[in-house]
Design a protein around this ligand. Structure first.
Ligand code: MG
Length: 373
């Protein structure tokens, strides 16, 4: 295999409007504000990656764009794209935080290595264990009647996993929505609920005991990220599995998490861990500690969804599905050349070398608000 050199990095900041505003407890979101990274080689290959931050959760698009454009670029130009882990180690030395930028860099490099070798990213990081993953949709519209219509339409499409977002009204509203969905769909759906850190530690257990009757698949991040002792207490007190999202970003937090039995499930997100390999490390720690994993996402386009799907394929065990619904059901339009493959309620892991998807340059330009090159 001929050695190639990284020749260019283009950082596209995009803003893709949503079909409808989603409310996620910790903030309303009207679109996808993310950073698309384009890495080119001297032999004419192009690798794509995405950093999709959420300011209240992981970081900002501006910060991640600057990390890539200003701080990482000088270390990458002229370098060998195959040495992915070395470049990630460099990125950790050069920029603190910005896991989304590091995820974008890893994705773009693995996309290039995949094209050089003919292997998919899942195969490059281990194996392709599965071709499809059940997809979860987040019920996050403050107007529940609009959400009921969406749920009905998605049910028709074959979706059976639904996650309620909370925090825009009271506990009675959340219970009413769970009741309505259970009544409407019975046991044919898996219901989950995500508090996005919204409950007070002092009465979270009392609130959550109320939900045990709904037979939820999991309850996500009821208390604040740093309230780990409270989260562990909730995990002990409540029968329904508890999932940590904001409380577990990376392998270090996962290790502390299994040691204190922080939660029954960890949400994996490449934007939290800083890429697919770090997310696989989180998953390995979870597996050893008897903790399940779930495929989460941020507000992202099909580029990050494809990277997440490659991660899902590479996981030895995955029982709870994933939530890569944004490009199909949330964005007004995606920036991929072909629609991100969601059919019959399943995310189909893109096949083909590398990431398995490419970007439509016209649509990229249409939604671009800044270009750093
Ligand atoms: Mg969450």
């Amino acid at each position: 295999m001929q050695r190639q050199e990284i020749q260019g990095l283009r950082v596209h900041v995009v803003n893709v409007p949503a079909k409808a505003v989603h409310s996620h407890g910790s903030g309303d979101v009207a679109g996808i504000n993310s950073v698309i990274l384009e890495v080119t080689t001297d032999e004419g290959l192009t690798g794509w990656g995405e950093a999709s931050p959420w300011p209240v959760f992981t970081g900002t698009a501006e910060g991640n764009a600057a990390a890539l454009h200003v701080h990482l670029r000088p270390h990458l130009l002229g370098a060998d794209p195959v040495q992915v882990e070395r470049h990630l180690a460099m990125a950790d030395r050069v920029v603190v935080g910005c896991p989304e930028a590091k995820a974008a860099l890893e994705t773009a490099l693995l996309d290039i290595v995949g094209q050089m070798t003919g292997l998919s990213i899942a195969e490059l990081v281990g194996a392709r264990h599965r071709d499809t993953v059940p997809m979860s949709f987040s019920v996050a519209n403050p107007d529940f009647d609009a959400d009921r219509e969406d749920v009905a339409r998605l049910y028709e499409d074959g979706v059976r996993l639904f996650k309620l977002k909370t925090g825009f009204e009271d506990h009675a509203f959340d219970k009413m929505r769970l009741e309505a969905l259970r009544e409407g769909y019975g046991d044919s759906v898996s219901l989950r609920i995500d508090y996005n850190q919204g409950l007070r530690a002092t009465d979270a257990i009392r609130t959550l005991r109320d939900l045990e009757a709904f037979d939820l698949t999991f309850i996500e991040q009821p208390v604040k990220r740093h309230e780990r002792a409270a989260l562990a207490d909730i995990t002990r007190a409540i029968d329904t599995p508890i999932m940590a999202d904001e409380s577990v970003f990376n392998p270090r937090e996962a290790l502390a998490g299994v040691q204190m039995r922080l939660a029954d499930v960890f949400a994996l997100k490449i934007m939290k861990s800083g890429g697919i390999r770090r997310a696989l490390e989180v998953a390995a720690i979870a597996r050893i500690g008897g903790v399940d994993v779930y495929g989460g996402c941020m507000f992202e386009t099909g580029v990050a969804h494809a990277a997440g799907a490659q991660l899902m394929a590479a996981l030895p065990e995955l029982e709870l599905g994933c939530e890569f619904y944004m490009s199909t059901y949330y964005a007004r339009e995606d920036i991929l050349s072909e629609p991100f493959p969601v059919r019959d309620g399943l995310v189909h892991v893109p096949s083909g070398p590398g990431l398995g998807v490419t970007v439509d340059r016209e649509r990229l330009a249409k939604y671009r608000v800044d270009l750093l090159q």
